[in-house]
Design a protein around this ligand. Structure first.
Ligand code: URA
Length: 219
């Protein structure tokens, strides 16, 4: 059984009416995980972005497009995996007319822990993939060690294997094409490791890596 550091949800409490932190106030809606509840692999990102906030679905913006491509290249279909975030409400700051994602604080991540834990208990994946440092921290409680965890092949989290890699947004943000490529390749390698660890045979749909010009920026 998971050990909650925060009180478990009340019967009438859900991410939709959660007031455990203040992020709900600036968000359109809570964005919960989506995918099959018997998925063998669960991917955990940081928090919804602007498009996810509006549509109520995880990873449907530019980072989601890149993630779908990486999944496909690793021989996995998006429909086969459960995709969620460490934090269910969009935290943002204004930049011109756009709302730009702002990293959640440790307290906000901790306040959201019950909802992630609830999804982990419901899905019981064989493998959890932490996409980025916030997900890594949420899943391990460790504030340090993201780089080392990424380099480790497979760790463990509540009985599931834990694979740690970059957040797809990183492959859209870094200015250097070489770095973007390295980040993208690391994500694909992590997803392949996750599939092997979950005992999933790669589908025949593997596709070529995107060219440098196909690794867009999110600006
Ligand atoms: N970043 C995330 O962690 N998730 C999304 O859905 C979009 C951006």
């Amino acid at each position: 059984m998971p050990t909650f550091k925060f009180p478990p949800p009340e019967p009438d409490e859900s991410p939709a009416n959660c007031r455990r932190c203040d992020l709900w106030a600036g968000a359109t809606q809570a964005v919960c995980g989506s995918g099959p509840t018997n998925a063998l692999i669960m991917l955990v990102g940081e928090q919804p972005g602007e498009e996810e906030d509006e549509r109520g679905e995880p990873f449907v913006g530019p980072a989601g497009t890149l993630l779908a491509r990486a999944l496909h290249q690793a021989g996995l279909a998006r429909e086969q995996v459960f995709i969620t975030h460490a934090v269910k409400h969009f935290k943002w700051m204004a930049r011109g007319k756009r709302r730009i994602q702002k990293t959640p604080t440790q307290a906000e991540v901790a306040a959201c822990e019950v909802w992630l834990e609830q999804e982990l208990v419901a899905v019981r994946p064989r493998v959890v993939v932490a996409l980025g440092a916030t997900a890594y921290r949420a899943l391990t409680g460790q504030q340090r060690g993201f780089a080392e965890a990424r380099a480790s092949r497979v760790l463990e989290r509540s009985g599931a294997a834990l694979v740690v890699t970059w957040h797809p947004s990183a492959a859209l943000r870094v200015p250097s094409v070489e770095m973007r490529r390295a980040i993208y390749d690391d994500i694909v390698a992590a997803l392949r490791r996750a599939a092997a660890q979950a005992g999933m045979a790669p589908s025949s749909g593997e596709i070529a890596a995107p060219s440098a010009s196909e690794l867009p920026t999110d600006n």
